[in-house]
Design a protein around this ligand. Structure first.
Ligand code: IVH
Length: 670
């Protein structure tokens, strides 16, 4: 029995250690399968000897019975909140108040991202997680111990020996952006209600009465302070406390830094603001905390917030406004996209007056109506979207939205393909809206790269009947271009030059530029590499297409449909007559050093753009795709790489950091 007990103890320590490597250090030492094996071994021993099961056993993460309601927990030390600063002036004032009170010239701060989740308190007794609570009103929270146990990055037992007998750790439980999207996708599939944002999703998941449900939710923790400490010593600086917590196996956000003075704080704010969209989780600002605990104590508190810390908030990404109208836009493939025209509102420092409503199903699900008050959201460069309707503010008598039965631009019929959410105008290139978009796509950088031929210019040219199809571009005259709004002799000349330059292209670019449905850059490249000529592509049968790598039945059908239209074939001939040409031959790659190798690029590279890297790899015969799988040969990671890096690590795919990638690239290109 003594031996078994030792074995169980060993297994638990090992599993705890590997959890720490995986969740805290982000640096697993063993493959997932090996971890699972250890866990299964422990499970089987515990099954035979249930008397050995303890609450800190890794097998106990999921398993507790659902609760009827949460118990209450009174915080021994209140869980405070933070004062906010909305601009640099308020941060300077904060720093000045501290300097004046302490009589110092410069203050050291710890600067941290302000994660958008919910605050929890974890109580460790002799290193074992005994209790977890939500913040509640700061004085009393809810007992969420069973749920907290299901969060993989919350250690059930601390590592090491030098922790205090009683230690309360505080942190934020949150959901990553990716986890949130996947959760909502699952909810959508099941017809369940979706969460409005990752914060709500995290709160809703942690406050589930059934821990088994919580266990299925992708929650994580980042610890940022301590509460009660008994029988043990903690370091005298906040930054060192966090370091200690990390040593004991608690997860600390990797972006945390110690900075000097208000200037250091502002610089940190700018750095994080730039990184924000690339971070795998949502943040709504940064937090500055006086680093010295002695100085913190001297500063003390006001009401519910400490005088030694402040949250420097980013401009809000969600605001409320009114939908003045719902209009329909027709895209390149004929898809009708409803767009909300909004009463202009400032969101995240930018005026937003339009927001996408995606498609008919989305509008129905959210029940968005003209005249509704809605929450709009803008994140980074993505198109602003309507998150939800504030139904309490809905005026009486608003009509439900109905999708039009005709194309609003060309009045042709619309259709909805089975299983698709999108309604499309069937008129194809006869529809002026689709024509405009097709021309814009043809001219775009990754297609024919016609510099200076912007969206507004194309709109005008189509509206004035100057061009009817992409081939007409090459018969434009200087005077015609110069006569357009905001155009002159010089700019017209430049456009003609750009048109001329674009005539020399590659087969892959040309195929992509045609805008065949579902044929993106990668597919166009495959078609060019495998078929080698336009003639072969034009006459390819469905069976022949299906034999090509990565070409499925849907893409094949679209390709066949495209070439069966006489109009499309004529346009290609017209383009070739106008002088558009490319080199034919089976592979467009300049070399085949990387033939058969698949690359995925993720994060920001400093030496070149991802597009450039992609071109250079393709020129070496490599395939560059967007998602990591077991078949991926290499994942090239720049800064702020997110889930793709995690997936590569998990699948054991080779990872190339930028330096190493550049070295190898120059070697391959030799
Ligand atoms: S410190 C006395 N640090 O923000 C210090 N809070 O507005 C209290 N939060 O309730 C909290 N990230 O839920 C702190 N790095 C961070 C934080 C953070 C997010 C949340 C936390 C807190 C709220 C206060």
């Amino acid at each position: 029995m003594k031996n078994i007990r030792k074995n169980v103890d060993d297994l638990r320590s090992q599993i705890g250690y590997h959890n720490y490597r995986y969740y805290v250090l982000d640096d697993p030492e063993i493959p997932d399968a090996e971890y699972d094996r250890l866990l299964r071994e422990l499970q089987s021993i515990e099954k035979e000897h249930p008397e050995l099961i303890t609450p800190d056993s890794p097998t106990q993460r999921v398993g507790a019975l659902p609760l009827k309601e949460f118990g209450e927990i009174k915080h021994k030390l209140p869980m405070l909140s933070l004062d906010n600063a909305f601009d640099e002036q308020e941060v300077s004032d904060f720093d000045r108040r501290i300097r004046e009170k302490l009589g110092l010239d410069k203050i050291e701060y710890t600067a941290e991202p302000k994660l958008d989740g919910l605050a929890v308190s974890l109580l460790y007794e002799n290193g074992i997680l005994m209790r977890a609570a939500t913040r509640g009103d700061g004085m009393t929270g809810e007992d969420i111990t069973q749920n907290a146990r299901t969060v993989p990055s919350i250690p059930l037992r601390l590592i090491g020996k030098d922790f205090p007998k009683l230690l309360e750790v505080r942190g934020e439980v949150y959901m990553t952006k990716k986890g949130f999207e996947q959760l909502n996708e699952r909810a959508r599939e099941k017809g369940d209600k979706e969460f409005a944002n990752p914060r709500n999703a995290a709160a809703g998941s942690l406050r589930q009465l059934d821990p088994k449900v919580t266990a299925t939710r992708p929650l994580e923790i980042a610890c940022y302070s301590i509460g009660i400490v008994e029988d043990g010593k903690m370091p005298a600086r906040h930054s060192l406390i966090l370091k200690k917590l990390r040593e004991w196996g608690l997860r600390i956000n990797p972006e945390i830094k110690t900075v000097s003075g208000a200037k250091g704080c502002m610089e940190y704010y700018q750095v994080i603001a730039k990184k924000r969209d690339g971070l795998p989780y949502e943040i709504d600002g940064v937090v500055y905390k006086v680093d010295s605990i002695e100085q913190q104590n001297e500063m003390g508190f006001v009401a519910r917030a400490p005088r030694w810390a402040i949250a420097h908030k980013f401009p809000a990404q969600e605001e409320m406004t009114v939908i003045e109208d719902i209009e329909i836009q027709v895209g390149r493939t004929g898809a009708l996209t409803p767009v909300a025209r909004l009463r202009p509102v400032q969101v995240g420092g930018v005026t937003v007056s339009n927001a996408t409503l995606h498609n008919e199903d989305e509008i129905k699900r959210k029940d968005v109506r003209k005249g509704d008050t809605v929450i709009v959201r803008r994140a980074g460069d993505v198109i602003p979207e309507v998150v939800s309707v504030v139904t309490a503010k809905r005026p009486k008598g608003l009509h439900k939205f109905e999708m039009p039965t005709q194309c609003p631009v060309c009045k042709s019929e619309v259709e909805k393909e089975e299983g698709e959410a999108v309604v499309r105008c069937v008129a194809g290139l006869y529809c002026p809206a689709q024509r405009k978009e097709a021309i814009k796509h043809f001219a775009s950088r990754r297609a024919m790269d016609i510099e200076g031929l912007g969206d507004k210019l194309v709109d005008q040219m189509v509206e004035q009947g100057l061009i009817k199809d992409i081939a007409d571009l090459y018969s434009l005259k200087k005077e015609q271009i110069a006569a357009m709004e905001r155009m002159g002799e010089k700019s017209a000349e430049n456009i003609l030059k750009a048109l001329d330059k674009s005539k020399q292209t590659t087969l892959a670019r040309f195929i992509y530029a045609l805008g065949i449905r579902e044929v993106g850059e990668a597919t166009a490249q495959t078609l060019a590499d495998e078929l080698g000529s336009m003639e072969t592509l034009r006459h390819a049968t469905e069976e022949a297409l299906l034999e090509l790598p990565d070409i499925g039945p849907i893409v094949a059908t679209h390709i066949i449909a495209f070439f069966s239209e006489k109009h499309n074939r004529d346009v290609i001939t017209k383009l070739q007559k106008a002088g558009v040409h490319w080199e034919e031959g089976k592979t467009t790659a300049e070399s085949d050093v990387l033939k058969g190798q698949t690359f995925v690029l993720t994060g920001t590279l400093s030496a070149m753009t991802r597009d450039e890297a992609k071109d250079r790899l393709q020129a070496l015969g490599a395939k560059v795709t967007g998602s990591v799988s077991a078949k991926t040969s290499y994942v090239v990671v720049g800064t702020d790489a997110g889930s793709k890096l995690a997936k590569a690590t998990k699948l054991g795919v080779s990872i190339l950091e930028e330096n190493e990638f550049l070295k190898r690239l120059s070697h391959w290109e030799k």
